[in-house]
Ligand binder design. Structure first.
Ligand code: ADP
Ligand code: XUL
Length: 625
């Protein structure tokens, strides 16, 4: 084991990396056992949050990570187990198995093993005492499913602190040794079944917030039930990855968490219960599958704990017996908990692909995106829009201007006011796109507007590559703007000069009056690789048009951090230390100066300009297949 210290924006953090030699069974040290005996008796200050710590886990595809914060949201420690590097005996590649039949799965035993390794690291640091941890929460990769055997819960309830989770659970607690991973695409037939059982993609999206997706848990469980009937028959419980990890910590099989359950294609978001018809796609015996899923999920917006941490961790690592475990959620849902986001705030992730997360009070489902119940704020939802084409498409245009892959000529063109593209529109999809759902293509057009009509004239090329620079960034941002519009509250600030309301525009499954697209988000937060590029961020900011500013964030650990904040707020709220809702509580403690960089306000826009461009984009998208 070796110690690596790096400087983080808050303070320096020690990360204990595990070398190969430390991948054997982790043992509690004398120090942690001594600490435990001494400190467990010293419980006068046990519940005082000002001297307490809060853990946020993140079980992602490639790592198990844990961040530790104090009551002031200050990060005090971080611990990581990287699956490929630290647990090579499982022979995963980037945390998963790419099987010969095309399926993608992860070994459940490895996750159990990783949890002991992680706690061994936590018990061996000197920064804080595990005995002072008051609350634990976290997030996990979404959609994966863990299949527990009939002996699973008993094994979990009777964990012996002298032995590892691996030795006690792996041989008998699971009916399936591997969990499907979100990258898996092997459930085409099951997806068809799910959509046809409720009137197609729109019907399924209306009930569950999403159309059928290969990775979603309902089709994945359906695949196991139909193609591995013996495994299914031997399965007593099925958990998502989020309540799997919570279960390991609680020492019993914890119920699903409702926000993460929205990623299953099984949960009726409006009625807040599983949909019996959809469950029947998996198992005609609805009560049986409900039992396997442990009944109803815990309401996402309730702050209550699942239970105290299992005595296994108290005895083995010195956790406080009163430490509470709160429901874990999905990683994207935890990301919005890493910031004090309010209704109509939007997070724009400009990574390899572009992803939008939006906090909304509008349940307006579409087959082209996802809606989840908000993990901490009652009455709100999280919208998630995933595009395939983002940075890679921009890189293609960049490389036409610069042989050495420099962004400088690209940025210069983007900000060059002499490049006039007011009558041009383009879509640049080197990969097939999800939103809109079309095959890979690049199309350019010039357009003219007469009355309320747009006349497109397709062109092979624009007069200069510089026009492609402006058009690619503008059309990517416009696409975000029009897709978030239906998720913004009706009373959202409309653009100035809101005069042209006489015609409708179609995007995907929606046809709205143009005024629908006048709505603007409250604040926009930019993250991901391309958020380093000021020219790109400023262009996105102008098109998306947030009314209360645009910010840039460094978010190396946002899911785990969201887990810490969820643990802290849940503890404070359920123990009566605060009455504030999650967002208000976080806002009170959040260090805006330090943790978010203000970029710009969105200028008062020339509405006619975007009005016409939105119409032109709609017309161009209508020509795509
Ligand atoms: P991922 O989404 O895979 O986690 P990142 O968030 O790190 O990855 O984003 C990677 C992308 O960021 C790259 O494809 C690259 O094009 C883009 N990127 C990185 N730096 C810049 C920059 N200065 N300007 C524009 N794009 C950038
Ligand atoms: C979301 C999804 C991924 C995983 C990654 O729908 O599949 O973002 O949650 O861990």
């Amino acid at each position: 084991m070796y110690l690596y210290t790096f400087s983080y924006k808050w303070q320096s953090i020690n990360i204990l990396y595990l070398s190969d030699s430390s991948t054997q069974t982790p043992q509690p040290t004398n120090r942690s056992l001594d600490k435990m005996t001494k400190e467990n008796n010293d419980d006068n200050k046990d519940n005082d949050p000002s001297s307490g710590y809060f853990l946020g886990f993140d079980l992602s595809t490639q790592q198990l990570k844990c961040l530790v914060v104090d009551q002031q949201l200050q990060l005090v420690h971080s611990e990581v187990v990287d699956f490929d590097r630290d647990l090579p005996e499982y022979h995963t590649h980037k945390g998963v198995y790419f099987n010969d039949d095309g399926s993608i799965e992860a070994p459940v035993a490895m996750w159990c093993d990783a949890l002991d390794h992680l706690f061994a690291g936590l018990a061996n640091q000197n920064v804080f005492s595990l005995n002072r941890v008051l609350g634990i929460s976290g997030s996990c990769q979404q959609h994966g499913s863990v299949y527990w055997s009939k002996d699973g819960e008993e094994a979990l309830r009777n964990l012996d602190a002298q032995q590892t989770l691996l030795t006690q659970l792996a041989p008998k607690a699971f009916s399936r040794s591997v969990a499907p991973n979100w990258q898996d695409h092997s459930t085409g037939n099951e997806c068809k079944l799910f959509e046809s059982s409720c009137g197609g993609p729109q019907g399924l999206a209306a009930i569950t917030g999403s159309r059928a997706h290969y990775r979603f848990t309902g089709p994945q469980i359906c695949k196991v039930a139909h193609r591995e009937p013996e495994v299914y028959a031997n399965t007593a419980n099925i958990t998502l990855v989020s309540n799997f990890l919570a279960s390991l910590l609680c020492g019993y099989i914890a119920p699903l968490e409702e926000a993460d359950a929205c990623g299953m294609n099984l949960y009726d978001i409006v009625n807040r219960d599983y949909d019996a018809g959809l469950l029947q796609n998996i198992d005609p015996d609805v009560e049986s599958i409900k039992r396997k899923l442990k009944g109803s999920p815990t309401p996402a917006d309730s702050a209550g704990p699942l239970s105290c941490v299992s005595s296994y961790y108290v005895r083995r690592y010195g956790l406080n017996p009163q430490c509470q475990v709160f429901p874990f959620t999905g990683d994207n849902l935890a990301t919005i908990c890493s910031l004090p986001l309010k209704k109509n705030d939007v997070l724009v992730s400009l990574g390899t692909s572009t992803t939008i997360l939006i906090v909304t009070d509008q349940y307006h489902p579409s087959p082209n995106y996802h809606l989840f119940i908000h993990p901490t704020i009652p009455g709100l939802y999280m919208g998630m829009i995933c595009y395939c084409n983002g940075s890679l498409a921009r890189e293609n245009v960049r490389d036409l201007l610069s042989a050495d892959h420099s962004w400088d000529p690209f940025n210069k063109a983007l900000l060059d006011s002499s490049v006039d593209n007011h009558d041009e529109i383009g879509v640049y999809f080197p990969l097939s796109e999800i939103v809109p759902s079309v095959r890979s293509c690049t199309k350019r057009a010039k357009f003219t507007k007469s009355e309320n009509d747009i006349n497109l004239e397709p062109v092979e090329q624009f007069s200069d590559i510089k026009h492609d620079v402006k058009n690619i960034v503008e059309s990517q941002a416009l696409s975000c703007r029009v897709r978030i519009s239906p998720l913004l509250s009706d009373n959202c600030a409309a653009a100035s000069n809101n005069s042209s309301t006489g015609y409708t525009v179609k995007f995907d499954y929606d046809t709205f009056p143009i005024s629908e697209y006048h709505k603007r988000p409250r604040r926009a937060f930019f993250v991901g690789g391309a958020s380093r590029n000021d020219a790109i961020v400023r262009t996105f900011a102008q098109v998306i048009g947030a009314t209360e500013g645009n910010y840039k964030l460094e978010t190396p650990n946002s899911c785990a951090l969201g887990g810490c904040y969820k643990a802290l707020w849940s503890y404070m709220y359920s123990s009566g230390f605060t009455k504030l809702s999650f967002d208000l509580f976080l806002n009170e403690h959040f260090d805006w100066q330090h943790d978010a960089e203000f970029i710009c306000d969105s200028e008062t826009e020339s509405w006619e300009y975007y009005n016409t461009k939105i119409q032109a984009l709609s017309a161009l998208e209508a020509t795509l297949e």
